[in-house]
Design a protein around this ligand. Structure first.
Ligand code: UPG
Length: 458
């Protein structure tokens, strides 16, 4: 596809100050730069050094540093969400709001054709004054937007939303299975709490979406089409899809220690378990998890952060565990190359928290998926994988969100045992989806997104 006008089509990218947002925005910038589109990318000064290596087109993507002002109560030097515990995020949003003058100056100086932003709800006020179009880009799944962040959600203005209110999906919500049940809705109570000065999370995102010229979502029509359609009709806006914006596969090979260890096992026999970048388990749940893996009798590799109160994973392991699983089980407390591990022929099962990135990596891999979600969007992603796409099993949890070693082991075996009907059904569905969600389809999303951008500004 050729775009004769792309050399003067300059974009401004302005993601929320968290790596889970800045990174997919940057992947989008890269895909656009690949086709000749330049962008100015607004980032907190400190984030620039962390993201530099992901900028694949430095001659087209210019990082513009923002000085994040100090807000009372926020730890000195805070610039991104990973600098602070979650309860400080509202103050970080207040700090983001105080970068407005800097953002306005950049808009005036660079005169972009359009702005792609997310949490800065005041961006459309600036762009309207300059006659520039603004696209609000959601980087989480469409289902997790559709269930809480639409006008039909009716969030009370003067009092906090209740669990009972959250249990009922908004009118017209297009699924009866991709929902939160019972105690799980507690993870959504935050939407009526402040997120910035004098504004709640819901009000902020509602405004950011409502005032935009178009909505963009990091997903595909094939998987989440009905949720995207619902969001578009709720806001009365066009919805552009970018596809999942997965990173380019890393060029560094899998670490030697894992190549050696994994090659000692039969093809498709190893269970790999990882819970992303945020989750820290309670110590007893951590122990139950590793005992559940032991119980399967299968080889396993667990890569998790040390649980609460422990400095290392080793000191938190159950008594006698290491000796019992020696030679077939490893618990690793550091970062591993998840994508490469999932691609290793010996790995046959992926036990994950179903964060958005892991969900896609799991879908695109050959591994059977067993899911133990923790946060709101992870629970919705899990329901989507298990009940809509039917490519995964979800581990049972009780009212207190506790899962037992027996249930974990049972779930893993239900997908790994040869001759298991459940396993064969999931494998067949998974194969169909993997074939459909191929590289060509992802490329066509970027082409379509570019076409959408041109239509919007013309
Ligand atoms: O040891 C590890 C652990 C993780 N990863 C990679 O890190 C990414 C993790 O991303 P994701 O699965 O999305 O997990 P989180 O970073 O924990 O996800 C946060 O951000 C997501 C949105 O981007 C939300 O869906 C989640 O709820 C939120 O926890 C993936 O690409 C993994 O391959 C590794 O390479 N090695």
């Amino acid at each position: 596809m050729s775009h004769s006008k792309n050399s003067n089509f300059h974009l401004l990218m302005f993601p929320w100050f968290a790596f889970g947002h800045m990174t997919p925005f940057l992947h989008l910038s890269n895909r656009l730069a690949e086709r000749g589109y330049s962008s100015t990318f607004l980032l907190p000064i400190k984030a620039i050094q962390h993201l530099q290596h992901l900028n694949l087109y430095p001659h087209l993507i210019t990082f513009h540093p923002l000085a994040v002002p100090h807000v009372e109560g926020l730890p000195e030097g805070t610039q991104t969400a990973s600098d602070i515990p979650i309860q400080f995020t509202s103050l970080l949003a207040a700090a983001m709001d105080r970068t407005r003058d800097q953002v306005e100056r950049v808009i005036r100086d660079t005169k972009p054709k359009l702005i792609i932003y997310d949490a800065a709800h005041w961006v459309p006020e600036i762009t309207k004054a300059f006659g520039i179009k603004a696209i609000n880009y959601s980087v989480v799944s469409a289902a997790s937007i559709a269930i809480v962040l639409v006008p039909a959600r009716n969030v009370p203005k003067d009092k906090p939303i209740t669990e009972a209110e959250l249990l009922v999906p908004p009118t017209g919500y297009p699924s009866s299975t991709v929902v939160l049940r019972g105690h799980e809705v507690r993870s959504l109570l935050f939407i009526s709490q402040p997120f910035g000065e004098g504004i709640t999370f819901y009000e902020r995102i509602y405004k950011a979406m409502k005032e935009s010229d178009a909505l963009a979502i990091r997903t595909c029509n094939e998987t989440e089409g009905k949720f995207c359609e619902y969001i578009g009709s709720q806001y009365g806006k066009p919805v552009f899809l970018t596809g999942p914006m997965l990173p380019e596969p890393p060029k560094t090979p899998l670490e030697d220690r894992w190549v050696k260890w994994l090659s000692g096992f039969q093809p498709g026999s190893v269970v790999f378990c990882a819970f992303g970048s945020q989750i820290v388990l309670e110590k007893n749940q951590f122990q139950e998890l590793v005992l559940g893996l032991e119980l399967t009798g299968l080889p396993f590799l667990v890569a998790l952060k040390p649980p609460m109160g422990a400095a290392t994973v080793e000191e938190a392991l159950p008594k006698g565990f290491e000796a019992r699983v020696k030679g077939r089980g490893v618990v690793w407390g550091g970062w591993v190359q998840q994508l490469m591990i999932l691609e290793h022929p010996s790995v046959g099962c992926f036990v994950s928290h179903c964060g958005f990135g892991s969900m896609w990596e799991s879908l695109m891999s050959d591994c059977r998926a067993v899911l133990i979600p923790h946060l709101g969007d992870q629970i919705l992603n899990t329901r989507f994988m298990a009940e809509e796409l039917k490519v995964a099993v979800e581990v049972v949890r009780d009212e207190k969100a506790w899962f037992s070693k027996e249930d974990l082991s049972k779930s893993i075996k239900s997908v790994m045992d040869k001759g298991s009907e459940m396993g064969s059904m999931l494998k067949e569905n998974h194969r169909k989806w993997r074939e459909m969600l191929n590289k060509g389809l992802m490329t066509s999303y970027v082409d379509k997104f570019i076409q959408n951008m041109h239509e919007l500004v013309n």
